[in-house]
Design a protein around this ligand. Structure first.
Ligand code: AMP
Ligand code: MG
Length: 272
């Protein structure tokens, strides 16, 4: 069966140009994929309830992409399957003055979900090895040292019960152009149009190179990267849901047994 996403053994190099953003895996039509997505989402909701009830692990989902890559859509259409009570979404923007006065992981560590919860990072600490590099916001020795800091940080999280799943939603520059045009022209999308995205678009190759390094250097056995072809939103949704399902199914999440003897306690009548 054709794969839904690309994972690589640690130590190998991601070649993003060799991964087709328009791939649709085994699906020839979106209706086929939609059926699988629906099934996956129902199962994910069930597993999230177990995660919440058992509080044995937290799940941290990292979403990264070029601008317009579909991070928001993934949160809405895939992670939306989870109960809002068990989810917290954290967007990472240009750091504030206070954030910049700390180490780059300070704001990130604070946002890590507690056990039982799903945390979603809309952008993440990976901005600190990508955008800062492309824009020259920190020196080369600083961003180069951060790959290892990130690996150590993620290892700490995993060893303390946080399951870390990282997605790179991979779109083509052609698809980005379409989506930017849609943002310009559609009044319901114009609020998302950021002229700054055009400057980033002009440096596509630099971003791609920085992402290839980040993906390759920080693809560890404890926190692997999933590269998802994302030109087709329906395919992205099925691929992300499938990857999450695989990870959560592997955890053997169980409902806690509850209070001993709970099942035989009589429920007293109430007069009212
Ligand atoms: P958006 O996600 O579209 O609201 O945009 C957030 C912006 O913040 C993007 O342009 C990111 O590249 C930028 N950003 C996020 N984290 C950092 C960071 N650590 N350093 C510099 N810029 C960042
Ligand atoms: Mg941008």
């Amino acid at each position: 069966m054709k794969p839904l996403f690309v994972t690589l053994p640690p130590g190998t190099r991601f070649d993003l140009k060799a991964i087709d953003p328009g791939a649709t895996g085994p699906f020839s039509h979106k209706d086929e994929a939609r059926e699988v997505t629906e099934r996956n989402l129902a199962r994910l909701a069930e597993l999230q309830e177990r995660l919440y009830a058992s509080a044995s692990h937290a799940l941290l989902v990292v979403l990264q992409a070029m601008d317009t890559g579909g991070k928001d859509g993934t949160i809405e259409h895939v992670l939306g399957a989870f109960s809002p009570q068990g989810v917290q979404v954290t967007p990472f923007k240009v750091p504030t003055e206070e954030e910049l006065a700390h180490d780059f992981l300070w704001r990130v560590h604070r946002a890590v979900p507690r056990r039982g919860m799903v945390g979603i990072f809309n952008r993440s600490h990976y901005e600190d090895v990508v955008v800062v590099r492309v824009k020259g916001l920190v020196g080369e020795t600083t961003w180069k040292a951060r790959w290892e800091h990130i690996n150590a940080f993620e290892k700490l999280l995993v060893e303390e019960g946080v399951v870390v799943v990282k997605f790179f939603l991979h779109i083509s520059p052609q698809e980005q152009a379409e989506r930017l045009r849609a943002r310009q022209q559609d009044p319901t999308k114009r609020w998302k149009f950021n002229p700054g995205d055009l400057e980033d678009r002009a440096r596509w190759g630099d971003y791609l190179a920085a992402w290839e390094d980040a993906l390759s250097r920080c693809n560890t056995p404890w926190a692997p990267w999933f590269v998802v072809p994302a030109d087709h939103k329906w395919f992205r949704n099925v691929a992300v849901s499938q990857a999450l399902l695989t990870v959560l199914e592997g955890l053997d999440l169980r409902y806690p047994p509850g209070v001993p003897g709970a099942e035989s306690l009589p429920i007293p009548p109430v007069r009212w």
